[in-house]
Write a protein that binds this ligand. Structure first.
Ligand code: FMN
Length: 336
């Protein structure tokens, strides 16, 4: 795939992408192979650090990604949220290895690098030429990222899969606010599933879009069972639920048996001890592979209601670019 941008934005230019479309961090699914599939299609994938628990495993994954991509861009997703399996030492190790291996970019979610690990880590990454992006759900957090030297922000609305901020604001409101008040590029995430939503984000002032759920419903991007892909096509936009809000770890997931059980425990003021066995990532890890829709907490966004087919990743991105152009021309056509 040619690196020359078809849609020219600060994001496609920063990372030499044909389309300013990023596949975000995905626990268990964001592998070197995924980064290659998305790069081949003209976008950018994210290697998800928390999949790898030792320095050797993580470095091997970074080196393999660099080899597969042969100079093309990828992000590394570093999630800095309270976790039993991933400690503060893991976060520091991930960031150190990213600087040593000079990865093209990092998507940080949760706490910013300067607060979680110290300014030294941020400085080392910048010195190594790593582009830093923070995924945030509020302008105050975005402004902090800009102030300490991040190169861009992901503007994450309440629609997104994963852990939207408990401010609960949508991308429709956040994107233009970010674009108006920041001088660094903004990438919209949450609610993006096709070219029309990408055109809307670009019209609101974003320089690119990031999606995760949509990439799961492709033939080649994620190593998941067909049952899961088909389930995403079947489900509607109202079939996700927010869980763990009381724990300060709000998470949007596919509505299923486990999620309903968690919400029952939460409504009865149950604590982490009761919720953890249900929420453990091991259940999702197994569920993706065996195709059991009710086994785990599957983080997905409201875009499940806008997914109607299972194309290849390349078809998806090419179609999105065309749809975005058609959508912007349709708006132009409304003017007398
Ligand atoms: C299966 C899956 C796993 C995810 N895992 C992570 C993760 O480990 N860290 C993280 O920061 N975000 C994670 N996310 C959130 C995505 O990176 C992204 O912010 C979000 O899913 C975008 O919304 P969308 O899925 O509606 O497109 C995950 C999302 C999905 C769908």
């Amino acid at each position: 795939m040619s690196a020359s941008p078809l849609i020219q934005t600060p994001i496609s230019e920063m990372f030499d992408l044909r389309y300013p479309i990023i596949c975000g961090a995905m626990m268990w699914l964001g592998t070197p192979r995924l980064c290659e599939v998305v790069a081949d299609a003209g976008g950018m994938g994210t290697l998800t650090a928390a999949i790898y628990k030792t320095e050797e495993e993580f470095r091997d994954a970074v080196v393999e990604t660099k080899k597969r991509l042969n100079g093309r861009s990828f992000m590394v997703g570093v999630t800095i949220l309270p976790s039993i399996a991933v400690s503060d030492e893991h976060h520091k190790m991930y960031l150190r290895v990213c600087a040593e291996e000079k990865v093209p970019g990092i998507e940080v979610s949760g706490a910013p690098i300067d607060r979680a690990c110290g300014m030294d880590y941020l400085d080392a990454l910048k010195e190594a030429g790593v582009r830093l992006f923070h995924k945030v759900g509020s302008l105050r957090h975005a402004k902090h990222a800009q102030k300490v030297g991040y190169d861009g922000v992901y503007c994450a609305g309440i629609e997104e899969g994963g852990h939207p901020l408990n401010d609960d604001v949508s991308t429709m409101v956040l994107t233009p606010k970010f674009a108006d008040e920041l001088s660094i590029p903004v990438v919209t995430t949450g609610g993006i599933a096709d070219g029309r939503s990408m055109a809307a984000a670009l019209a609101l002032g974003a320089s690119g879009v990031m999606m995760a759920t949509r990439f799961m419903a492709t033939t080649d991007c994620c190593e998941i069972h067909d049952n899961i892909r088909n389930e995403l096509v079947k489900r509607q936009e109202y079939e996700t639920e927010l869980i763990a809000k009381n724990l300060g770890l709000q998470c949007r997931a596919l509505s299923n048996g486990v999620v309903k059980e968690i919400n029952k425990v939460e409504a009865a003021n149950g604590g982490l001890d009761e919720m953890m066995p249900l929420m453990t990532g091991q259940r999702a890890k197994k569920g993706w592979i065996v195709g059991d829709v009710d086994l785990g907490v599957y983080t997905v966004g409201q875009t499940i209601g806008r997914i109607n087919d299972i194309p290849t990743t390349a078809e998806l991105l090419e179609r999105m670019a065309k749809e975005a152009l058609d959508a912007s021309m349709a708006v132009q056509g409304l003017y007398s």
